[in-house]
Design a protein. Structure first.
Length: 168
C-alpha cells in the first residue's frame, strides 16, 4: 500500500512538473518574444533550450563577456594543476543543475544539423577520443551563441515622425 501511494505521488509530481515547465515556456515566450524567436532560430537549439536559457539568465545583458556566461551556467572548465603535475580540466557544477544538461542535449542536436558545429565537435573528438567530452566542450559554444543572440540589439524601424522629418 505504501508503494502504491508513493507511485501515485510520483506520478502527480511528474504531471505538476510538466505543467510548470509549460507555463515557464509560455511566460518566457511572452516576456522575451523577440529574443525567444532569435534563440529558436539556431538550428537544433529548440524551444526547450531557449526557454530554459532565458529563464535561467533572465537578464542576459548583465554579462559582459562570454566567459562570465559559461561560468554562471556551470559550463566553464576548471583547471587544477599542482607543481609538475599535468593540468586537468573538468566542469564545475554551479547554479542551475538542469540547464547545463539541457544545453548539452541541445548541443547534440546542434552538431547534427549545423556543419560548423559538427566541425567544432569533430576537432574536440579528435583531441579527446571520447564523444561525451567533445559534446561537453561544444555546449559552452552553444551557450555563448545563445547569449550573443539574446543580447543582440535589432535595429528599430523608424517611426512616422522620423520619416516625416526626413522627407519634409
Amino acid at each position: 500500500m505504501a508503494l502504491a501511494s508513493m507511485v501515485r505521488e510520483y506520478l502527480f509530481l511528474l504531471s505538476e512538473d510538466k505543467m510548470l515547465r509549460a507555463e515557464i515556456r509560455t511566460a518566457t515566450k511572452r516576456m522575451h518574444a523577440q529574443t525567444f524567436e532569435r534563440l529558436t532560430s539556431i538550428v537544433g537549439g529548440g524551444e526547450t533550450a531557449a526557454s530554459n536559457f532565458l529563464a535561467e539568465l533572465f537578464s542576459p545583458e548583465r554579462f559582459n563577456r562570454p566567459e562570465e556566461v559559461t561560468s554562471y551556467l556551470g559550463l566553464a572548465p576548471v583547471v587544477s594543476q599542482s607543481g609538475g603535475t599535468a593540468a586537468r580540466a573538468r566542469i564545475r557544477p554551479v547554479g542551475q543543475k538542469r540547464l547545463p544538461g539541457i544545453l548539452i542535449e541541445a548541443a547534440w542536436q546542434w552538431i547534427w544539423r549545423d556543419p560548423e558545429a559538427k566541425e567544432l565537435n569533430n576537432r574536440h573528438f579528435v583531441r579527446h577520443g571520447i564523444g561525451q567530452k567533445a559534446i561537453v566542450a561544444v555546449a559552452p559554444k552553444l551557450a555563448i551563441k545563445l547569449w550573443r543572440l539574446a543580447v543582440e540589439t535589432q535595429p528599430t524601424p523608424m517611426g512616422d515622425a522620423a520619416r516625416g522629418a526626413r522627407s519634409g
